[in-house]
Design a protein around this ligand. Structure first.
Ligand SMILES: [Fe+2]
Length: 328
């Protein structure tokens, strides 16, 4: 097998969490995460994450929709479907591995044109692809300074008809090794109906020795006050160099509702089996650890941090794509 030559963009392979390299042939930017399996004897499993694809386009079906036509005028970033190029580059790489997960903001705004591109380049290319929702997927307004005409539930209903799996909660066990869980938190919150599903899956994972990986759009609060301004380890194009992973994040107790806190606790209080959280949203490259705990068989509580990876937006630097390759 031919080995691709690569160029390091940032960091070094010795410190994997902050290493970014580019594959010379395709220009694809790659990060890697090696996660220790809860049951190391199980078959190696490799998942590729892509995020923030931001498909921006309209088609004939949008023309009668005044709301979308006004957004089209206001929103020029990635217009005319240009981010398809970066999507295809990342999807082509991902097809060599066990599963592909796209963590939200796949559509730049909810247009028929963007959904057509998603159908063609995601669902038709890989019917097993798992896609979480981001805030962009559920809005028809972008840079218009206008509110959405339809309530959130009606905008979600449009997507529900079209999504290939439960878009709020989906889980899958791969190679008897990894339990991959996708959770919608794209509206900066979790939902009540996600709680029993996650409880059941975590119990099954514990019972069967699975390694749990969480995929969602937004990161969660790390639990540390000093994380109000975490530096991005590589700042892409016009991205902010810092982000707040404390009091503006999901799971910061004073600002989160009860279902959101219940899910937050389920994730962070099972830190022995939840081995990674993978998200996007900020558009730049981050790695941090979320403070977690687990309770042993004797009821004793132990502290253990959970790695949280934020992959950068897929379109930056020449539309060649960005991926995080996760090996368990
Ligand atoms: Fe985004």
């Amino acid at each position: 097998m031919e080995i691709d030559t690569i160029t390091t963009i940032c960091g070094s392979p010795e410190v994997e969490n902050t290493w970014i390299y580019q594959i010379n042939d395709t220009g694809l930017y790659v990060r890697e995460a090696h996660i220790e399996s809860v049951t190391p004897s199980r078959e190696k499993t490799t998942i590729v994450q892509i995020t923030d694809v931001h498909l921006n386009d309209t088609n004939a079906d949008d023309e009668a929709d005044e709301e979308i036509m006004y957004t089209k005028q206001c929103r020029t970033w990635n217009a005319n479907g240009i981010s398809v190029k970066a999507l295809c580059s990342a999807m082509e790489y991902a097809e060599n591995y066990d599963r592909t997960v796209i963590t939200g903001d796949t559509l730049d705004y909810l247009s028929c044109g963007a959904m057509e591109l998603m159908q063609k380049y995601i669902w038709d290319a890989d019917s097993n692809c798992i896609v979480t929702l981001g805030g962009h997927d559920v809005t028809k307004q972008m840079q218009t300074k206008r509110p959405n005409k339809l309530p959130l539930s009606e905008r979600q209903a449009i997507l529900e008809q079209f999504w290939r799996h439960d878009m709020y909660y989906f889980s899958e066990v791969m190679h008897d090794n990894v339990m991959l869980i996708q959770l919608d938190n794209g509206c900066h919150r979790y939902w009540e109906f996600q709680i029993p599903k996650l409880e059941k899956d975590l119990a099954a994972a514990r019972e069967n020795g699975y390694t749990v990986l969480i995929f969602q759009h937004e990161p969660i609060c790390t639990g540390r006050t000093e994380d109000k301004a975490v530096p991005s380890f590589y700042v892409w194009e016009d991205c902010e160099p810092y982000a707040n992973f404390y009091d503006t994040c999901i799971g910061y107790a004073p600002a989160s509702d009860a279902p959101t806190m219940a899910i937050y606790r389920l994730i962070t209080e099972n830190a022995d089996i939840v081995r990674g959280i993978f998200c996007g949203h900020e558009h730049s490259s981050y790695y941090m650890e979320v403070e977690g705990t687990y309770t042993d068989k004797d009821g004793k509580v132990h502290r253990k941090n959970i790695p949280q990876y934020l992959l950068e937006c897929n379109v930056y630097e020449g539309y060649t794509g960005h991926v995080l390759k996760i090996t368990v």
